[in-house]
Design a protein around this ligand. Structure first.
Ligand code: GDP
Length: 395
């Protein structure tokens, strides 16, 4: 009888230990995939927190033999999911936000209009016009080009009504802002894989905010998005991105360790996007401009590692429009280390003078694709040259 009891006890212990081994979670270097609550048709509709424990931990064993311990954050009951927001589509946003643009830009436009409306346009007046353009961050070479074009037109056409002056200036500014390259974002899935967008730029320019706003806008346009929090050097960046993702149901792939390898987070994010058949994977990167070589190594590695799974479709450089020449210097450094495919100009609602659009496009040879026009979640718009120029002229 004693033998039978001993055998039963041993059997129970063996089954318990075996179960413990089977239940141990697979580790992935502390990288977690957290899902926002909505059903986007990408398998992210559970609204639960799904996190894999770092390798070598005992998290998740749950046997009777384990000593009692406080619940880990992953085990605590999740707070009720807030309702998902339904962001508006991106179309027509620049027109809707035009008033903000006008508030900060029209100073330069009205100064130009009043100078060009003078009865006599002598050399001093043309110099003043050039100065206004340079002060508005247009850059010396484009400013001279604009003055020379306008001078020729005035000479040919003679006297001008105020309407003619305005339309002449409008056409000239538009010619400077327009580019042959398309401003459309490449967000189409290809070869059965999601489109990948890398967001680069110096910290503080609005990179993380832009990732969040862009994810919202893509979701508003009916796409599914995975966000990769590869800015692992700024403690708050991953939390910031998580908040953006949670609001609209974009899955966020992040590391729980500050200073983790950005490339491995980017790799996991892209892998997750492929697995869940997302439309777009958007990756926020660290923007430490320590040294050019350091930046090159970091961004180069992120890109190389992603390319083990798929191609990078867009590298968007985020620039703070209020920083003028300093912003241009940053743009130059980034363009030397990575192939920038588009520019996002943030804070165009602020004290920015607008001319930077012309200067930066000329400097990098790539178009401004998006404009940041405020801190609100839907204050990011596809850049539209005509709306921009009309705002400058106060139309
Ligand atoms: P990061 O360090 O480049 O990731 O910068 P953040 O995304 O944290 O943004 C820095 C600050 O800029 C935050 O306070 C944002 O709200 C603000 N910001 C970002 N874009 C815009 C914009 O288009 N307009 C304004 N006014 N503020 C912005």
């Amino acid at each position: 009888m004693g033998y039978i009891i001993l055998i039963v006890v041993l059997a129970v212990l063996i089954v318990g230990i075996g179960g413990t081994m089977l239940l141990r979670p697979r580790g992935t270097r502390g990288i977690a995939r957290r899902r926002g609550g909505g059903d986007l048709g990408t398998g992210s509709g559970t609204g639960t927190l799904e996190r894999e424990a770092p390798a070598g931990t005992e998290e998740g064993t749950g046997t009777a033999t384990a000593p009692p311990r406080p619940a880990t954050p992953a085990e605590r009951p999740a707070p009720p999911e807030p309702a998902l927001e339904k962001p508006p589509p991106s179309a027509g946003r620049m027109v809707r936000l035009r008033a903000r643009l006008a508030r900060s830009q029209s100073g330069f436009g009205s100064a130009l209009l009043s100078l060009l409306s003078r009865e006599r346009l002598d050399d001093d007046t043309w110099d003043e016009i050039e100065e206004v353009l340079i002060t508005a961050d247009v850059g010396v070479t484009p400013a001279r080009q604009i003055v020379s074009d306008l001078r020729t037109q005035v000479k040919v056409e003679g006297t001008r009504t105020p309407d003619e002056v305005r339309s002449m200036l409008r056409a000239e500014l538009l010619a400077q802002v327009e580019t042959p390259a398309s401003r459309a974002l490449r967000t189409q899935r290809h070869e059965g894989r999601p489109a990948v967008i890398l967001m680069v730029g110096v910290n503080g320019t609005g990179k993380t905010t832009t990732c969040g706003k862009l994810a919202r806008s893509l979701i508003g346009d009916g796409e599914s998005v995975v966000l990769g929090a590869a800015d692992t050097f700024r403690a708050a960046a991953a939390d910031q991105l998580q908040t953006w993702g949670d609001r609209v149901g974009a899955e966020v792939v992040r590391s729980d360790r500050e200073g983790a390898d950005p490339a491995s987070v980017a790799y996991e994010a892209v892998s997750q996007g492929i697995e869940t058949e997302a439309d777009v994977v958007l990756i926020d990167t660290a923007g430490r401009l320590h040294t050019k070589t350091g930046l090159m190594d970091e961004l180069g590695k992120v890109k190389r590692v992603i390319e083990k799974r798929t191609s990078v479709d867009e590298v968007l450089l985020v620039l703070d429009a209020t920083t003028g020449q300093n912003g241009l210097r940053q743009a130059r450094v980034f363009a030397e280390v990575v192939d920038v495919t588009g520019i996002v100009l943030t804070k165009l609602d602020g004290t920015a003078k607008g001319g930077i659009v012309i200067a930066v496009q000329r400097e990098l040879g790539v178009p401004v694709k998006l404009a940041g026009l405020g801190e609100g979640p839907d204050d990011l718009a596809p850049f539209d040259p005509a709306t921009f120029v009309d705002a400058i002229l106060g139309d």
